[in-house]
Design a binder for this molecule. Sequence first.
Ligand SMILES: *Cc1c(COP(=O)(O)O)cnc(C)c1O
Length: 430
Amino acid sequence: MKIFDKIESEVQSYARSFPCVFNRAKGEFMWDEEGKQYLDFLAGAGTLNYGHNNPLFKEALIQYITEDGITHGLDMHTKAKKEFLEAFNDHILKPRGMEYMVQFTGPTGTNAVEAAMKIARNVTGQQNIVTFTNGFHGVSLGALAATGNSHHRDAAGVSLTGTHRMPYDGYLGDNIDTTEYLDKVLSDSSSGINSPAAVIVETVQGEGGINAASIEWLKNLQTVCRKHKILLIVDDIQAGCGRTGDYFSFEEAGIEPDIITLSKSLGGYGLPFAVVLMKPELDTWKPGEHNGTFRGNNLAFVTAKEAIEHYWTNDEFSKEIKRKGQYISDRLNSIVNEYGEGNFTAKGRGMFQGINCVNGDIAGQITRTAFKKGLLIETSGADDHVVKFLCPLVISDENLKKGIDIVEDVIKEVCAKESIPEEDVYFEAS
Ligand SMILES: *Cc1c(COP(=O)(O)O)cnc(C)c1O
């Protein structure tokens, strides 16, 4: 019996999708113990935007360790933190005319979301936070209350309170602007919706099935927030750090969130790191009110700074992401047209895209078969029904094509199988 089966908890998830033992990775590739190579279209669920073991960051990291740089620093001022803050301010915030205070939280996305929700509640004195259908914000209790997925919510063990769900863009069909509904209930003192502290939103819902809000909807959402004096929190943990084409996923919409959460690819090297950005007037924290032992992952500060300095000092990288994003979108649309017959649709923005399958069974068959052909790709969405393309942003054109070719071949196979009586298909799949 393998050690994983013997003593690792049943809570494992990705490990079930990719049953092998990985031990090396570089760029867009991973290798298992047997030396089999896999093309990585999961990229640490959006944590490896710059690829595995990016050589530019690795060199800086090795040098920092060799020189006995601080590894753990609580929240103390360190050279690595100073240099990260300088790079972030000079190359990310200032050029975009953004003025925000940076809060270092515990190094997970969910902890940044907890902090963001606390700030909004403490500043406004209101408890309620508006969240959206299919939103995913993490699984610690406060953030879980903002998460839609019942599989995650059901594990809470206590009631999840302090949030109110509203329909996300497209939830009620293409021609309904759900911000009008939000405006309506907030304008009506008998709507039964408590006046909220904030709205928390993903511009593209990652775990919720690659639902991309339209630029128009995001603008309208900000307008409604401003009208009702509600803070706008953008959870940019997965969509940010370049995934949609710009550093922040909301740049295209030209909106100005009051609070922003970042994590996943922020550290750049897959090292745990999370921050909350807040407008200066919201920074009413008392010392240590939201603390955490691991708010000073200095190794992540080193690689995060390298990521900013190598990729975000001009718009070259952004153009590259948009070019590749267009390629992905063209390919997915042609796959959908070729094999879809109304069953598949393509969706997403930038290099954050997916194919919406009829159901989770088909999406699962596609990802399982892709794995056998050397491609790591996962599903997301309420019924795991969306095949999610999340390759490193730095992937070569050749390997991007290769990965999508594999998915196309697999879809061709799965579609051919679909014409066999259903029982056989389920038998194949199990
Ligand atoms: C992944 C994710 C989180 C949670 O981050 P963890 O590091 O898993 O806690 C929160 N919000 C969004 C949008 C995410 O994609």
